[in-house]
Design a protein around this ligand. Structure first.
Ligand SMILES: NC(=O)c1ccc[n+]([C@@H]2O[C@H](COP(=O)([O-])OP(=O)(O)OC[C@H]3O[C@@H](n4cnc5c(N)ncnc54)[C@H](O)[C@@H]3O)[C@@H](O)[C@H]2O)c1
Length: 344
């Protein structure tokens, strides 16, 4: 069996590659190796960028440096594959307003090319979407608790209205990608699913301030840097450990039911930014310094996934936040030399 993972050298993609490799699959990691976001983290671009490439190469993955916008390369490299997991993306809301064309090309044109390659070779495909597609009118339904935003009912399912509130180009590009998955399923004999992921975290995540907040806090705390929080810090998510995220694709391959799915930890994994920072402090035995900044426009203050639908095809998140955050911190501590912290 052979899987092509777009964005294979990214954070989530690397966990997907690792899981399928461990299951005995041939794995093609297909990644443009963009440095756009990493260049902004202040962690040092070269070593951090190559980390996942070297890790996957050592696991025996076939490494391809190519762009999802390259139609021919997508078609050539997916030939002979049994499954495509599409994680390549421009994933950050902040970058989507800095460079909306990059966002459009990567997320819309890129996803179209992935689907078209899947159609040519008749390969099932999963597109990685985001809870961003729900927009942020959820902010109007919340109560402010002592350390987190609260809502009743706690969890939100796929029937919740999408694209409501103040929207960024990222909302539009992620939603457009989902629409294309649907049309390829309905009319072009290319069955696919879109997974609306919550906040994901874990080892091999070089999270900056643009996306990947759990890792951003963990890395900065390990290096003794102040943690920057935008807004009250009570924003809440059902954070999902990356290994569990990777399992969702394998479960889907074994039991494919086209559609859209929320993929998160569910209510048991609910944690706010400041609760997560307190947990990181407890694990490290320190008290991280927090700098509060104004909330960023478009920020979603709350999302907790109802994962009933995804459980039907076998998704089953297992790693609880405390255990997962400990693993993330251990990885940062063991790989300190990879980070060239400039004190940003
Ligand atoms: N990290 C999260 O918390 C989170 C939450 C919700 C959804 N997601 C989604 O999960 C997916 C993976 O996110 P991630 O956190 O692993 O991001 P990431 O930035 O770590 O990985 C994305 C990878 O895609 C590659 N890439 C970017 N543009 C490309 C292109 N044009 N062609 C080929 N490769 C390209 C990058 O080089 C990178 O390695 C994205 O679709 C993202 O929207 C992530």
């Amino acid at each position: 069996m052979k899987v092509l993972v777009t964005g294979g050298c990214g954070f989530l993609g690397s966990h997907v590659c690792e899981l399928f490799r461990k299951e005995g699959w041939e794995v093609v990691s297909y990644d443009s190796m963009t440095k756009y976001e990493l260049a902004k983290t202040g962690y040092g671009t070269e070593k951090t960028r190559n980390f996942n490439w070297d890790y996957l190469k050592a696991l025996g993955c076939e490494m391809v440096k190519a762009d999802v916008c390259d139609e021919q390369a997508m078609k050539d490299h997916s030939s002979g594959c049994n499954f495509i997991v599409h994680t390549a993306a421009q994933p950050a809301m902040t970058i989507s307003w800095e460079d909306p064309r990059l966002d459009f090309n990567t997320n819309v044109l890129g996803t179209f090319n992935v689907l078209d390659a899947a159609r040519k070779h008749r390969i099932p495909v999963v597109n990685t979407s985001s809870i961003h597609v729900y927009g942020n009118s959820i902010n109007d339904t919340l109560k402010e608790g002592a350390t987190s935003y609260e809502r009743t009912p706690v969890a939100i399912d796929e029937k919740h209205p999408v694209m409501v509130g103040q929207l960024s180009p990222l909302h539009a590009s992620k939603m457009a990608a989902e629409h294309y998955v649907r049309t390829f399923t309905d009319m072009l004999q290319t069955p696919g699913a879109s997974f609306r992921f919550t906040g994901i975290y874990g080892p091999r995540q070089f999270g900056g301030e643009d996306h990947g907040w759990v890792a951003n806090f963990a890395i900065r705390a390990v290096f003794g840097l102040p943690l920057r929080v935008f807004g009250t810090g009570k924003q809440s998510r059902d954070i999902l450990y990356a290994g569990d995220g990777a399992q969702s694709y394998l479960a889907y391959f074994k039991n494919p039911i086209p559609g859209v799915y929320n993929i998160g930890g569910g209510p048991e994994h609910k944690i706010s930014l400041i609760e997560c920072i307190a947990m990181i402090g407890e694990i490290l035995g320190t008290k991280p310094v927090i700098e509060f900044h104004p909330e960023r426009p478009g920020d979603m203050r709350y999302f907790i996934c109802d994962i009933t639908e995804a459980r039907k095809f076998g998704f089953n998140p297992k790693v609880k936040p405390r255990e997962g955050v400990e693993k993330l911190i251990r990885w940062v501590e063991e790989n300190k030399s990879v980070f060239n912290i400039t004190g940003k």
